[in-house]
Write a protein that binds this ligand. Structure first.
Ligand code: ADE
Length: 234
């Protein structure tokens, strides 16, 4: 079955956007994955197609209405393959990880609810099975870019999207380590040479050097990752 992303958004014209290009774009054209961008405003009740209202209790900004968001989610669920999880993109969500991406990529697809405004009426999150996910500790102006990020991370893991299957084993996070540095020709550039070991032809030595580099990078740049998985495997 084709992996299917269903996006609920106020800006359907933003999709596929960057995902219509490069590897994801080719895979989309080849039918490796499917994208359905649904306009949340199609579920509005008034002629202005409004989807938000002022926050109960007062305060700044606007809140997306529960009835409209729920109608959009229910339609998306009906159109998506059975068992497709629904994710609401929010800086308050559980942080996205490569393990989470792999789970999503192995499933039937994902329904991504993109917010704008201050937020979404809490009752929708409580009444529907929705996971809140953040792509990092910073605040975007809406969930649409975060939805692109999640789709890109998933689509590149689908069979046949990235040419060489070995690519995924070597890359950052696959082993809980950041990736080792890469080099290519010319052999010397602006007075900097490629490390000798990489030109030695000794595959064991090369693998050991790459491992050391990956560990050193992880320790200094991402002590949190090193504590979690790097140390145990070294
Ligand atoms: N919407 C706004 N900021 C976000 C973030 N950091 N992650 C996911 N969705 C968001």
């Amino acid at each position: 079955m084709t992996w299917k992303a269903t996006v609920l958004t106020l800006f359907p014209e933003m999709f596929p956007g960057p995902l219509g290009h490069s590897l994801a774009g080719k895979a989309l054209a080849d039918g490796v994955w499917q994208l359905d961008a649904i306009d949340i405003r199609d579920f509005a009740h008034d002629k202005h197609r409004s989807v938000d209202d002022t926050p109960a209790g007062g305060g700044a900004g606007m809140v997306m209405r529960a009835d409209i968001a729920a109608a959009a989610i229910d339609t998306a669920k009906a159109k998506a393959p059975a068992g497709t999880p629904t994710i609401y993109l929010s800086p308050r969500g559980t942080p996205l990880t490569q393990a989470g991406v792999e789970m999503l990529a192995h499933g039937p697809g994902v329904i991504l609810l993109c917010g704008r405004f201050e937020g979404l009426d809490q009752r929708v999150l409580d009444a529907r099975e929705i996971e809140e996910v953040s792509i990092g500790d910073y605040v975007l102006s809406g969930g649409d870019l975060a939805a692109h990020v999640i789709m890109d991370a998933c689509v590149r893991l689908l069979p046949g999207v990235v040419g060489n299957a070995g690519t995924h084993d070597e890359e950052s996070f696959a082993a809980g380590l950041l990736e080792y540095p890469h080099y290519t020709r010319p052999r010397e550039w602006e007075g900097h040479a490629i490390p000798d070991v990489l030109l030695s032809g000794d595959h064991e030595k090369i693998a050991a050097w790459r491992r050391e580099q990956a560990e050193a990078l992880t320790k200094t740049r991402r002590p949190d990752l090193w504590e979690k998985h790097g140390k145990a495997k070294s």
